[in-house]
Ligand binder design. Structure first.
Ligand SMILES: [Fe+2]
Length: 186
């Protein structure tokens, strides 16, 4: 394989070059927001774009480094801020790094023993997600949250447990404040 460049627009998070674009609408995240009625209403009214991922095309193999930008658009479903699906890595003993380019948010992480950690995300923050921690990102600001991620080629994604159970915490807006609350359905 030959070395290569791609080009990132720091303002929009878009990558020009050899990448796959993953687009997630609310309808792709059925049941992941706790206010099911609010979600259904938005979907019925024509759906909503929640986030986009520009994933550079690299072999999903040991020794390589996957890398991508994610752009989470601002907004809420009910009182819950826009977020990614969240996942464990299929290969659980693999880590990940997030570098924020624009916007503000939270990085919600959880281990299988239910230990939870929430880190702030803001322009310039570099978050280290150690092996064995599921991770979800949440846009708590009024502008797109844009971050660059790097993770091992073989890591893969496991959405299953998160899809069925979610995380034990929710990030919501209450009285104009960002709150981390217990997930009543967990
Ligand atoms: Fe990941």
């Amino acid at each position: 394989m030959e070395p290569f460049n791609n080009y990132l627009n720091f303002n929009t998070g878009e990558i020009l070059g050899n990448c796959n674009i993953l687009i997630r609408h609310l309808s792709d995240m059925e049941g992941m927001y706790h206010d099911l009625e609010a979600a259904r209403k938005i979907i019925n009214e024509g759906d909503r774009l929640i986030y986009r991922v520009y994933n550079i095309d690299v072999p999903e193999k040991y020794g390589h480094l996957q890398h991508c930008t994610s752009i989470i658009y601002p907004g809420r479903i009910g009182n819950e801020y826009h977020m990614t699906k969240g996942h464990f890595h299929a290969q659980e003993d693999t880590a990940e790094i997030y570098l924020v380019l624009q916007g503000t948010g939270k990085l919600l992480m959880q281990k299988k023993d239910r230990e939870v950690k929430v880190l702030d995300m803001q322009s310039g923050s570099i978050s280290y997600i150690p092996p064995y921690w599921a991770h979800r990102t949440i846009n708590t600001g009024n502008t797109p949250l844009i971050f660059f991620a790097v993770y091992p080629g073989e890591a893969g994604h496991n959405y299953g447990i998160i899809k069925s159970k979610g995380f034990s915490k929710l990030i919501i807006e209450k009285d104009g404040q960002i709150k981390v609350i217990d997930n009543p359905n967990y």
